[in-house]
Write a new protein. Structure first.
Length: 307
């Protein structure tokens, strides 16, 4: 391209720059948005554009990845989730009945206050929510070494007695971040639990999301998701909690088994589909002995999840 043609190249607009910056920030792998932000800021080379893009992208990223932050004075942890969002910077922790103020860009809690009665469910709904929260805690401690969970009431929180419907949402967020080993992984699951009084049934809809990023001398990413449905009967709060948690345990263990099988088959399927006849090294790739490569083992290990 000549100097004249280069000089005539149109200037990228402010809005276009901001959208580009936001795209990179929002598509950062789990635990890596701060690293991406440093590079984006240098590339954009415009503090005003970057600051506006970051102000819009960080809250969305934090809620999408359901990051967990420690509240001040070691008063507990809060999941930054759309289900617990009171305002743009305030998030409810139902377990401790506290509301945390979050600095999205720094990813820290700056202060905490007690939740108001209007922000909490009725005593009747709280029985079911609290019982499920207790069972989910036990399950997550067993299955996810670095996992967090929370149970919210998202509909019908004013229900005072049997006869009306309400909905709980149970979320699990787990991550294994090991950038020094060039590998990060995350697990998120969201379970919508509808209590339907007229048919005495509990309808359960789940969405499971797994992400992994392996970047030693390359850039390999895994993004997988699965949706599932199930149901059980309404019982006492304690018995309902056990039934719901067992259903969640079953579906998540089943999906993890499928993922592990996929990792095992990577050398014989996906890797071979990506091959070229002769790599840039000009040396034939050893397809007869692909197990010598540690990508499959490393991704499985760094996800930090077990059945």
């Amino acid at each position: 391209m000549s100097d004249e043609e280069d000089a005539e190249a149109p200037e990228i607009s402010y809005q276009h720059k901001k959208e580009i910056a936001k795209w990179f920030l929002l598509n950062s792998p789990a635990g890596e948005i701060k690293y991406v932000a440093k590079d984006v800021k240098v590339v954009i080379n415009d503090d005003e554009v970057y600051d506006e893009a970051a102000a819009e992208a960080f809250p969305v990223f934090n809620k999408t990845h359901m990051i967990c932050l420690e509240m001040p004075r070691r008063s507990g942890d809060v999941l930054v989730s759309s289900f617990g969002e009171i305002s743009e910077s305030e998030y409810l922790d139902p377990r401790t009945t506290q509301v945390a103020t979050v600095d999205h860009i720094k990813q820290v809690c700056t202060e905490v206050r007690d939740a108001t009665d209007e922000e909490l469910p009725s005593a009747y709904v709280e029985e079911f929510r609290c019982a499920l929260d207790g069972e989910m805690l036990k399950y997550v401690e067993e299955a996810y070494p670095k996992g967090f969970c929370s149970v919210y009431c998202t509909d019908g929180k004013d229900v005072e007695e049997p006869g009306s419907d309400f909905e709980l949402v149970a979320v699990i967020s787990a991550s294994r971040l090991s950038p020094q080993n060039f590998c990060n992984g995350s697990w998120r699951s969201v379970w919508h639990i509808e209590f339907k009084d007229d048919i005495q049934a509990i309808e359960i809809k789940g969405k499971l999301l797994v992400g992994a990023h392996y970047f030693e001398e390359g850039n390999v990413q895994l993004d997988a998701e699965k949706e599932c449905r199930d149901s059980t009967m309404i019982q006492s709060p304690e018995d309902s909690a056990v039934s719901i948690t067992n259903i969640i345990r079953h579906h998540e263990a089943e999906y993890l088994t499928v993922l592990e099988a996929s990792y095992t088959n990577l050398p014989d399927t996906t890797f071979k589909d990506l091959r070229r006849k002769l790599p840039v090294t000009r040396t034939l790739f050893p397809w007869h002995n692909t197990l010598q490569f540690s990508l499959t083992r490393d991704i499985t290990k760094e996800l930090g999840i077990s059945k």
